[in-house]
Design a protein around this ligand. Structure first.
Ligand code: PSV
Ligand code: MN
Ligand code: MN
Length: 406
């Protein structure tokens, strides 16, 4: 991309009233956490394909994640999942991460893979199982202390498949009981991010099925509990941007799990199917970013952007690169929205004008802008190409097949 293309872009945006220096600063500050499980073998319930060169342990997952960060400057932290990433000494993993220029991000407990949890973990009728599940939550708080992680991301598979199978109200109380125990064990710096999901693996009811239930729990627990929005966890047609705006306004939007989907919780590469949705999510975030209420601005600053994907058929590292780059592209486009223009049109009751002012930003080609910031940051202009031209993908083949899987 030539300097001329960028000069033209800058001129065009400035003429629209966009402060390009601000846009660039915001783009350079964007941080997206990648998930350790996205580097390992994962798949569908039908088959987990074993890929060659997949990391054999958490240390190698961080090495792969470092590739994504080094080439993009976007992904400085990695979420871990316990026990998938269980190690004897977390300070060793932390040092390894730091040596690679990374940090350990959110700690994700796993309360869905144990035989004991078939009929629920923290909401199981068996109090011994509930205690076992709660102990795991507490173990994750201890791990977060060692890893220096601020966030604990909680997703529960708990739910029922048939009417009558469980007492929904009792289960709600048990959920609250377990979360309260965990909440009380957290340090003041920690945050509990409560993730909801409308269905799967439970097909009749899920204990935390939507944002309202997660929000209600968070509110009852206290200010350190917030809601985590996984973009794949809604019924078709749900207006996720609306949920985002609502939760920001309540100062309870803790973070995102970004992924793309066509049907259900497909966990595909972010922005591969629905980039406009991602753009509209950022539109809501950015329109709250300049709110006169400092609490709202603070809430926006503390949103954790995380990826939650599983790469079944594609190469893991390029897939993760594609995802973080797609997030960056949509964020860049959203930064080109002229908010004053949108609200002036809305106030005039100019419905088409307001819609146009939002959509027009989406239609710009932001390649010259992204190339310019990458150049300023000393990054490759095309991180994907740089990765594919590097020997890393071939070098890791010595790991063979049968690496870490979920
Ligand atoms: C299962 O739906 C899930 O994808 C949730 O989104 C969690 O965040 C993730 O797995 C990791 O536990
Ligand atoms: Mn998720
Ligand atoms: Mn999911």
């Amino acid at each position: 991309m030539s300097d001329r293309a960028y000069a033209l872009f800058e001129e065009q945006q400035q003429a629209r009233g966009i402060n390009i220096d601000e846009v660039k600063a915001k783009l350079k500050a964007l941080k997206i956490e990648t998930p350790s499980w996205g580097y390992g073998d994962s798949g569908t319930r039908f088959k987990v394909f074993q890929k060659e060169g997949v990391p054999r342990n958490p240390f190698e997952k961080f090495e792969d994640a470092a590739q994504v960060h080094n080439l993009t400057g976007l992904a400085p932290s990695v979420a871990i999942h316990i026990p998938w990433d269980k190690v004897d000494d977390y300070s060793k993993l932390r040092n390894h991460a730091e040596g690679l220029g990374l940090s350990i991000g959110a700690v994700n407990p796993n309360l869905f893979q144990d035989e004991d949890y078939m009929l629920g973990s923290v909401t199981n009728t068996d109090s011994a199982i509930r205690h076992k599940a709660t102990d795991h939550l507490l173990e994750c708080v201890d791990i977060a202390k060692e890893t220096g992680s601020r966030d604990l991301s909680l997703w529960f598979a708990d739910g029922t498949n048939y009417p009558g199978q469980g007492d929904i109200r009792k289960r709600k109380a048990w959920m609250h009981e377990a979360l309260s125990e965990m909440y009380n064990a957290m340090t003041p710096e920690m945050r509990m991010l409560i993730e909801y999901k409308c269905f799967e693996p439970a097909f009749y009811h899920t204990d935390l099925a939507d944002w309202g239930m997660a929000y209600n729990m968070a509110q009852k627990l206290g200010p350190q509990a917030e809601v985590l929005v996984d973009t794949g966890h809604h019924l078709q047609g749900t207006n996720i941007e609306h949920i985002v705006a609502y939760l920001i306004d309540e100062k309870r939007l803790g973070g995102f799990h970004f992924n793309s989907r066509k049907y259900a919780d497909d966990d595909l590469i972010v922005g591969s199917v629905n980039p406009y949705e991602l753009f509209l999510i950022f539109y809501q975030i950015l329109s709250a970013a300049n709110d006169s209420d400092a609490g709202i601005r603070n809430a926006v600053d503390n949103i954790a952007y995380m990826i939650d994907q599983s790469h079944n058929i594609e190469q893991k590292i390029p897939a993760m690169l594609r995802s973080v780059l797609n997030v960056q592209t949509q964020y860049a486009k959203a930064l080109l929205i002229n908010h004053a223009e949108v609200s002036e049109a809305a106030e005039r009751h100019d419905v088409l004008g307001a819609e146009d002012a939002v959509r027009r930003a989406f239609e710009f080609d932001v390649t010259p802008l992204l190339h310019a910031i990458r150049e300023e940051q000393g990054l490759p202009l095309d991180p994907m190409k740089a990765y594919l031209n590097s020997s890393y993908g071939k070098d890791i083949l010595v790991r063979g097949k049968g690496g870490a899987s979920w």
